[in-house]
Design a protein around this ligand. Structure first.
Ligand SMILES: *Cc1c(COP(=O)(O)O)cnc(C)c1O
Length: 386
């Protein structure tokens, strides 16, 4: 953790660990003692060590999607038994690392992967706990680039292949079949959209039982969204409603555990990207603010057309509002953070805060245009400008 006494070089990320703690409080209080719920942090949303250690200290597990993520999570202190491993393209080295460490579950995305895990486990004299990732055919009503639960997605095994997949998993040596995994997509704002997923799971369970198999592990994935429009007024997601949908919707059997993999809803609001205004350009039709941060620092707007709330931290209350396009310095016309945004009158040197950048922010940064990766800092409470 860094104590910042003077303004660091921009652009940089700042994580408010106090807000993260409050978010984790809300998450954990929304789970009742009798709920057989187990939350895993979707590590790919934010790799910052202070953020990740704070989450680890709360006893959460973690969801990982690569060999690198498994090793880093072990290094940061997560017990291997609390790691679940998804990913459409698990490499042999990643599978071997998971087997060696003894991770909690491999969420298997296709039947060839199941065979490979079995072969490698046998060769190592290990047993892999496997869950099958099933494509539930549920529409998350979210952006096409972050929807994952429809038949045309590359993720998961087709719903109608569930029983034959389970039969194969029970036949193969070196694997122990424990249950099913689902993930319908990301930035799902209406918790009720998870109700159809519960229906699919209940239906499948009946069929699985009728075929003589049982499940101990039901992983419903992640995807709970955050309020990008109003991050300051509404910084903490409605975990109560989210868990209530599953508490009400799932017909659980004795001894079953429901696993959740939440990323954005935990880390999204605690991160802010701070950036400096390089120029204010008066165009013929439009006024542009050119920042020193670009899509190499935060790609969500260019990649998903996402909305981020932007504040001018240097503005005084008396400054009049004006309309600006807010752009970055990268040599690509998609490097724009906002179009026709109302902001206080802006001048060269002002500091801007781009909010809700904690999830899928720094982790997606690149060095395009030979730019350095943005620095990361954290502290308890909002970052204060000098
Ligand atoms: C990315 C991902 C998550 C986390 O999604 P969020 O929208 O950040 O909650 C959970 N599970 C899987 C399998 C993922 O790929």
């Amino acid at each position: 953790m860094l104590d910042i006494n003077k303004m660091p070089n921009t652009p940089f990320y700042y994580y408010d660990l106090a807000l993260l703690e409050r978010t984790l409080d809300a998450l954990q209080q929304a789970i009742r003692p009798e709920d057989p719920f187990c939350v895993h942090y979707a590590f790919k949303s934010c790799y910052n060590a202070d953020v990740t250690r704070t989450i680890c200290a709360r006893g959460l597990g973690a969801d990982c999607v690569s060999e690198g993520e498994i090793s880093r999570l072990l290094e940061l202190g997560f017990p291997a038994s609390k790691l679940v491993f998804a990913g459409v393209g698990k490499t042999d080295a990643a599978i071997d690392l998971g087997l060696k460490a003894g991770i909690g579950a491999f969420n298997v995305e296709n039947l060839q992967e199941l065979e490979v895990i079995s072969q490698r486990a046998v060769a190592m004299g290990k047993t892999a706990r496997v869950a099958l990732r099933i494509n539930p055919n549920v529409d998350a009503h979210t952006h096409e680039k972050i929807t994952t639960g429809l038949p045309e997605n590359k993720f998961g095994i087709a719903l109608e292949d569930t029983l034959s997949g389970i039969a194969r998993a029970n036949e193969l040596p070196g694997v122990e079949f424990i249950g099913l995994h689902f993930h319908i997509g990301s930035q799902v704002l209406d918790a009720e959209l998870f109700a159809p997923l519960c229906d699919v799971i209940n239906d499948l369970q009946d069929k699985i039982e009728a075929a003589g198999y049982s499940l101990s592990y039901i992983n419903v994935g992640g995807g709970l969204g955050i309020d990008y429009q109003n991050p300051v007024g509404n910084p903490i997601p409605d975990f109560e409603s989210y868990f209530a949908v599953f508490r009400r919707g799932l017909k659980l059997r004795e001894g079953q555990q429901v696993h959740f993999e939440l990323g954005r809803s935990i880390t999204g609001q605690c991160g802010t990207l701070y950036t400096k205004v390089l120029f204010v350009k008066e165009g013929k039709q439009k006024r542009f603010v050119i920042l020193d941060a670009g899509f190499t620092d935060l790609v969500r707007v260019a990649m998903y057309g996402a909305y981020h709330h932007i504040e001018n931290c240097s503005a005084r209350p008396s400054d009049p509002l004006m309309t600006y396009d807010v752009a970055g310095p990268i040599c690509e016309s998609s490097d724009v953070f906002a179009v026709d945004r109302q902001l206080p009158q802006t001048k060269r040197g002002d500091i801007f805060a781009i909010r809700s950048a904690g999830a899928y922010g720094h982790v997606m940064a690149s060095t395009y245009n030979y730019r350095p990766l943005p620095a990361e800092y954290s502290g308890h409470g909002e970052f204060q400008l000098d």
